[in-house]
Design a protein around this ligand. Structure first.
Ligand code: PFF
Length: 462
């Protein structure tokens, strides 16, 4: 089985696939919201430090584990770290399963808003439209929710079904340039808006007096989510990387692109928000509120070219989400393929269908089914969706991330990790000893702090 393993066509193909996994709802939905909530500036700086000091070393660790073993997450950890480490891999597969099941629901909303905003652009915005009411109606409409999630799930399954080359690689090669193009167009329009200077100042001018300790931990927790770390997605994608490609350079590019795009998305959203008088007070009530309630309204009020920016923006959200959902399904499906010898087509269909059963629960938990919408497993989290997101973001990713860091830093030999990182054409700025120090000490200490914060101080990243 190992000889036949598919490999990315080039390092660019891998970079695009992995960047596609990283860029997603985390960049467009979560990051702008937490930046808003934490008063921008200082929070953004801390976030950048977490990405560089923790995210980048763990990204390199995950890719090297994948490439070394040429197996998906369970087999990879067993082979590269040690026999008992399969359990950490299984934790990752479970995490991918749960994350995919609810992520699909929000991804589906982007389809709804694309169709809505396109309709408004082509005809007119219905008089007296209240986007808050529209949002409430769509999320509590069970059939609509199931339909949207189903369309998105089918798209995800179709891509993974086609395999690494014909599916994932081809899609990400096509979609990522489009995604960058749309984003630049939106950025260009946003920078011409009246509120853009205020937006840029909000995001980039640090004021440490406003930073709360919780914000620090939130920044660290989000760096896992946004870089698709802590559950083996990068191990899985890394297992299709050829030995001749440099892990160091590729990791740096992926991390950089994800970060730049999160910042650009935030500049776009905040420029819109700051351009409309009085809007600042209305956003920020919830994460989804900013993306699906404030923005649709704003595009059609005072924003220049809002008519075409609206639909374009939701295409961007949908494409970004799709390149992430395929990586999540790949983690789950490749487990059956590699560990149980199931054929790709069969495995993809089985996994896609099983995950969808849980997607149904998440899709109906916004009011369509009262019991699913109101139960509280974690304090203050109501309904299936909120509890699942809380569990994944606060528990699964940080614990998985901690285990992977310890595995790579303390259980893999220096020879093993250095041979992976130092072969290929390593850039002059890379010093193996620095990576090793970060992966052994800095990253575990920081991630450990997140876990302690969640356990004992009730900090919440979801
Ligand atoms: N990185 C994705 C985002 O920012 O939306 C979320 C994600 C995708 C996490 C894939 C983990 C993963 F395997």
């Amino acid at each position: 089985m190992q000889e036949q393993r598919a490999h990315w066509g080039s390092s660019v193909a891998f970079i695009l696939a992995a960047t596609g996994s990283a860029i997603g709802l985390g960049n467009l939905w979560k990051f702008p919201f937490i930046t808003w909530d934490n008063q921008g500036g200082a929070f953004v700086l801390v976030y950048l430090a977490c990405i560089a000091g923790v995210g980048l070393p763990i990204m390199m660790a995950e890719i090297l584990i994948g490439r070394r073993s040429q197996r998906s997450v369970v087999g990879a950890l067993k082979e590269a770290v040690g026999p008992g480490w399969g359990i950490v891999g299984a934790w990752g597969v479970l995490c991918g399963f749960i994350l995919l099941s609810y992520y699909t629901v929000i991804a589906g909303w982007s389809l709804f808003y694309f169709v809505q905003t396109l309709g408004w652009s082509l005809s007119a915005v219905p008089p007296g439209l209240q986007t808050g009411d529209l949002f409430g109606q769509q999320v509590s409409n069970g059939r609509l929710q199931l339909g949207l999630s189903l369309v998105f799930s089918v798209a995800t399954v179709a891509v993974v079904y086609l395999g690494i080359h014909r599916g994932i690689e081809r899609l990400t090669r096509t979609v990522l340039p489009i995604l960058f193009g749309i984003l630049l167009l939106l950025l260009f329009s946003a920078l011409r808006m009246e509120g853009s200077a205020e937006a840029v100042a909000f995001i980039f001018r640090p004021n440490f007096a406003e930073l709360e300790p919780g914000g620090l931990l939130e920044a660290l927790g989000h760096s896992f989510f946004t870089l698709s770390l802590g559950m083996g997605a990068m191990i899985t994608y890394g297992s299709y990387v050829d030995r001749s490609q440099s892990i160091v350079k590729m990791s740096a590019v992926i991390v950089l692109l994800d970060t730049v795009i999160a910042l650009i998305a935030t500049v776009i959203m905040f420029s819109v928000i700051f351009s409309v008088a009085g809007m600042e007070d209305q956003v920020g009530a919830s994460t989804v509120g900013m993306l699906f309630i404030s923005l649709p309204e704003l595009f059609y009020s005072e924003v220049p070219f809002g008519n075409w920016l609206g639909p374009l923006f939701y295409v961007l959200v949908a494409l970004a989400a799709l390149t992430s959902t395929i990586s999540l399904l790949e983690v789950v499906a490749s487990y059956l393929i590699d560990q149980h010898g199931v054929a790709r087509h069969k495995s993809t269909l089985i996994c896609g269908a099983t995950v969808f059963v849980f997607t149904i629960l998440a899709a109906l938990s916004f009011g369509a089914v009262p019991n699913l919408s109101s139960f509280e497993l974690f304090e203050g989290k109501q309904g299936w969706f909120a509890n699942a997101d809380h569990f994944v973001s606060n528990w699964m990713l940080p614990t998985g991330g901690l285990a992977i860091t310890i595995g790579a830093g303390w259980f893999m030999s220096r020879e093993a990790t250095s041979s992976e990182l130092l072969d290929g054409n390593e850039p002059g700025w890379f010093h193996y000893g620095v990576w090793r120090f970060f992966i052994r000490f800095i990253a575990p200490a920081a991630v450990g702090a997140v876990i302690v914060a969640v356990l004992f101080f009730g900090v919440d990243f979801s």
